[in-house]
Design a binder for this molecule. Structure first.
Ligand code: AHR
Length: 506
């Protein structure tokens, strides 16, 4: 039997709700069809946003949404996406399938969507092919509340009040699709661009996100921080509030993007390999975090993992440029492990956006015309929502065995624990084994006997189980009853291949 020992005598960092964030790009059917159908559609919508998807995302408690890219962001010219729709410019989406982008979803539509979702806004600006002026005018258009050319234009376009931009990304992947820059070049440009991200009207300052490394490019992190990290006291609002990190889990090969492997057909060996590769996120956060600690020991800036998830081959017969993939129990475990990792590093990780929200890569929602399904990843995000804003508690797994073999060996169980403002403890646990359930004794360093189970649910199934439009509930969040409240705590039997959530109350 394994034991989960929870230290409930000292609370650690607050788990930023933004760790449960999402990413939506003008890519495939994410924005168009997935989120936005236009107000003339037969699909039920409010101001063009599909009602079924908005409802599901609100139930999952989406905290923040990043838009418009991705690689698309560094080719996006925001002025093309404002004003009367029939007059908006059409462009080619060169990155994603070469399709026509009609710009019918632009700035006003993004803020309408985030208003309906009730979530924070993360706008990713164009540094790769845009100018400082273009970026600064966008900020003025979105956030200035006085008389100015851009504020007046916004009003002419029907929006009197400014919006709130919570986060602004200065470029995306500028080491690659965002301009192929070297770190020192990007860093100098970042200093210049961020200067003109003004905070108008004394409103809440926009948090600025600097483009961080690709995977394990520690040199990028070091060079960018060397040039951009500044020691200005926070009241003067420094150069950056966050540094991004992108890491995708490729199931079959380490770096051959042509052979990623199928989303639904894979061997047990590839299953364990995928989880092991996902676990690499922990090492990346520790190593990039250690570099950040050298410049920023007080942890003023956050590591923003604003793209992560599993990236497989597209579904057979679909446009390769649309990155549409199915989502199985394997994805549920990848989500559970990563979210547990982010919680445990919440002293440094202040945001994480899974890629991408609907119909692209590891999505929480898939749509097919008027139909919508929730994926196993959706159910994990929903179960984990109780961690948002709670305080991390130290936890340790004792007698935790291993699964997988050789280079794919990894711990069987993976956990994180938090306590909310009412003293309710949330435990989330993955069982990464395909074969064996595990009995786990859950104990606290203090008052173990007074905790009772207030709520418990599980997402479980066979490794390739997934939901389809014909069978939408193969994998769902189920009530979990296989536990015993004992004198010294609670014991649970966590099924093989599952993600478990328990709420424990005194
Ligand atoms: O999420 C798909 C793409 O992956 C994004 O556009 C880009 O930032 C990353 O390479």
């Amino acid at each position: 039997m394994a034991k989960l020992l929870i230290n409930n005598e000292s609370k650690k960092s607050k788990i930023a709700p933004e760790i449960y964030g999402h990413f939506s790009e003008h890519l495939g059917r994410c924005i168009y069809e997935g989120l936005y159908v236009g107000d003339n559609s037969d699909i039920p919508n409010v101001n063009g946003m599909r009602s079924d998807v908005v409802k599901a995302l609100k139930e999952m408690k989406i905290p923040v949404l990043r838009w418009p890219g991705g690689c698309f962001a560094d080719e996006y010219h925001w002025m093309d996406g404002i004003g009367p729709k029939e007059k908006r410019k059409k462009m080619i989406n060169t990155h994603w399938g070469g399709v026509v982008e009609d710009n019918s979803f632009g700035t006003h539509e993004f803020f309408e969507l985030t208003k309906q979702l009730g979530c924070k806004t993360y706008v990713n600006a164009n540094m790769g092919s845009g100018t400082v002026r273009e970026m600064s005018e966008w900020v003025e258009y979105m956030t200035f509340n006085g008389v100015s050319p851009m504020a007046d234009l916004r009003k002419e376009n029907g929006h009197e009040e400014p919006w709130t931009v919570d986060y602004l990304g200065v470029g995306n992947e500028n080491w690659g699709c965002g301009g192929n820059m070297r770190p020192t070049y990007y860093a100098d440009e970042y200093r210049r661009y961020q200067t003109y991200v003004r905070n108008y009207n004394g409103s809440k300052p926009i948090s600025k996100i600097c483009c961080g490394p690709n995977v394990d490019d520690y040199n990028w992190t070091k060079n960018v921080l060397e040039t951009c990290f500044d020691h200005t006291p926070p009241q003067f609002h420094g150069f950056m509030d966050g540094l991004s990190l992108h890491y995708y889990t490729l199931p079959e090969t380490e770096d051959d993007w042509n052979v990623k492997g199928s989303a639904t057909k894979f061997t047990e060996e590839v299953f364990y390999q995928t989880l092991k590769r996902s676990l690499f996120m922990d090492e990346l956060i520790r190593k990039h975090g250690a570099i950040m600690d050298q410049y920023d020991p007080d942890k003023k800036i956050g590591l923003m993992v604003d793209e992560w998830g599993i990236w497989t081959d597209v579904e057979p017969g679909t446009n390769p440029g649309f990155l549409y993939q199915q989502n199985t129990m394997r994805d549920a475990l990848v989500a559970g492990m990563n979210l547990n990792i982010f919680n445990k590093h919440s002293d440094r990780v202040r945001m994480a956006c899974i890629a991408q929200m609907v119909n692209v890569l590891q999505s929480v929602i898939l749509t097919e015309n008027e139909k919508m399904i929730k994926t196993p990843t959706y159910h994990v995000f929903k179960m984990f929502r109780y961690h948002q804003g709670a305080k991390l508690l130290d936890s340790e797994l004792i007698n935790n065995s291993k699964v997988g073999s050789g280079k794919n060996e990894l711990p069987k169980l993976f956990e994180s624990v938090s306590e909310d403002e009412n003293g309710v403890v949330t435990v989330t646990l993955t069982n990464n084994s395909l074969e064996a359930a595990e009995d786990v004794e859950i104990a606290f360093t203090s008052d173990s006997d007074s905790y009772k189970v207030a709520e418990a649910s599980v997402v479980t199934g066979k490794m390739a189980d997934h939901n389809t439009f014909e069978n939408p509930d193969v994998v769902t969040e189920d009530k979990f009853t296989d536990y015993n409240e004992k004198e010294n705590g609670v014991t649970v039997k966590i099924p093989a291949c599952s993600v478990l959530m328990l709420r424990l109350k005194k």
